[in-house]
Design a protein around this ligand. Structure first.
Ligand SMILES: Nc1ncnc2c1ncn2[C@@H]1O[C@H](COP(=O)(O)OP(=O)(O)OP(=O)(O)O)[C@@H](O)[C@H]1O
Ligand SMILES: [Mg+2]
Length: 290
C-alpha cells in the first residue's frame, strides 16, 4: 500500500472538454485534494521520476505471472483449459492493451489479474507478493485497495447517485463518511461529472456512466486499473473521449492501466499491445500511435 510519505505531487495541467463537461486538470485536483495528511489520491510514489520511461525495467514490477493456467469444469469430468501457461510482467506506470478474438481468454486473464478468480496453476505475484499464498480475506482487501475495475456495462448500482456509487468502494475500505464524500466529489470533478453527481445511473448517458465508473475505480487510489472493454458499449466518439480520460490518468498520474479492447485504433494508442489467441500470448508490440 502507498503511504502518505511515499507519495508526492505531480504537476502537468491540461483542460479538456467532452459532452459539454469540463474535465478538471490533475494538477488542480492534486492541490485541492491535498489533506492534512497529504494522503489524497492522484499522487505518485516518491522517487518516481517525471521522465520515467514506459516499460522501464528498473521500475517496480507490479504484476508478475509465471506459467498461469486456468481450467473450468463444465460438467462432470469435462474440463476446459482456457489459459495455457501465461507468463507476463507489467511494470508500474505502464499502459498496456490486450487484444484478441472473442473467446481467446482476455476476460479470464483479467479476472485472474484482478484477483476475482484463482488460477488453476502457476504463480502470480502482485507487488512482489505471492497471491497464491493469500487467504480470501487478504485477497479481497488487496483487490479493494489496489485494483480499480472498469467494465463494458459500467456495473453502477442503480437507484443510487453517482456520488454514492463512487463512495461505495471507500465504504468497504472503512474510509470515514466525510472523507469519502469529499474524495468522491473530487473524483467526479476530475472526470467531468461534478454537475451530475446527484443523478442516478439511469439519468446518465453511456459515456457519463463510464466516467462515473472510472471515478469509482479510482476511489481507493489503486495501483492498477483494469478495464475490460470500457468503450465497447459506446459510440466511437464517446469511446475516444473515455480513452482520453485513461490517457490522462496514465500520462499525468502515472497510473498502471490494463485495457482490453476490440478497437484496433484504441489499442494502437497504448505503449504495449499484447495479443491473446486461444489462451496464449502470441504477440507483443508497441502501439503505433502511443
Ligand atoms: N466460468 C466459465 N465456465 C466455463 N467456461 C468459461 C467460463 N468463463 C469463460 N469461459 C470460457 O473461456 C473462454 C474464454 O472466455 P473469455 O470470457 O475469457 O473470452 P474473451 O477473450 O474475454 O472474449 P470476449 O472478447 O468475447 O469478451 C471461452 O471459451 C469461454 O466460454
Ligand atoms: Mg471478455
Amino acid at each position: 500500500m502507498q503511504t502518505a510519505e511515499e507519495k508526492k505531487h505531480k504537476s502537468p495541467a491540461q483542460e479538456e472538454k467532452s459532452e459539454g463537461i469540463e474535465i478538471t486538470d490533475l494538477d488542480a485536483f492534486s492541490k485541492e485534494g491535498e489533506t492534512e495528511e497529504g494522503s489524497f489520491s492522484f499522487e505518485k510514489e516518491a522517487g518516481e521520476a517525471e521522465t520515467a520511461q514506459e516499460n522501464d525495467s528498473s521500475s517496480e514490477v507490479l504484476i508478475h505471472m509465471e506459467d498461469i493456467t486456468k481450467r473450468f469444469y463444465i460438467g462432470t469430468e469435462n474440463e476446459l483449459e482456457v489459459l495455457h501457461g501465461i507468463s507476463l510482467d507489467v511494470h508500474r506506470g505502464e499502459f498496456t492493451s490486450i487484444v484478441g478474438e472473442s473467446g481467446s481468454g482476455k476476460s479470464t486473464l483479467m479476472n485472474l489479474i484482478g484477483l476475482l478468480d484463482h488460477p488453476t496453476s502457476g504463480t502470480y505475484l502482485l507487488r512482489g507478493e505471492d497471491t497464491g499464498e493469500m487467504d480470501d480475506d487478504t485477497l479481497s482487501d488487496l483487490r479493494g485497495q489496489e485494483i480499480g475495475f472498469v467494465f463494458q456495462t459500467y456495473n453502477l448500482i442503480p437507484r443510487m447517485s453517482a456520488l454514492k456509487n463512487v463512495e461505495m468502494p471507500m465504504m468497504y475500505a472503512r474510509v470515514p463518511q466525510a472523507e469519502r464524500t469529499e474524495r468522491a466529489e473530487r473524483l467526479l470533478e476530475l472526470v467531468g461529472m461534478k454537475e451530475r453527481m446527484q443523478h442516478n445511473p439511469d439519468e446518465l448517458s453511456g459515456g457519463q456512466k463510464q466516467r462515473v465508473a472510472i471515478a469509482r475505480a479510482m476511489a481507493n487510489d489503486p495501483a492498477l486499473i483494469l478495464a475490460d472493454e470500457p468503450t465497447g458499449a459506446l459510440d466511437s466518439k464517446t469511446g475516444h473521449l473515455i480513452m482520453d480520460l485513461f490517457h490522462k490518468l496514465h500520462d499525468e498520474d502515472h497510473r498502471t492501466i490494463l485495457l482490453i479492447t476490440h478497437s484496433a485504433a484504441l489499442a494502437e494508442e497504448t505503449a504495449r499491445i499484447l495479443t491473446l489467441s486461444d489462451g496464449r500470448i502470441i504477440a507483443e508490440r508497441r502501439g503505433t500511435r502511443c
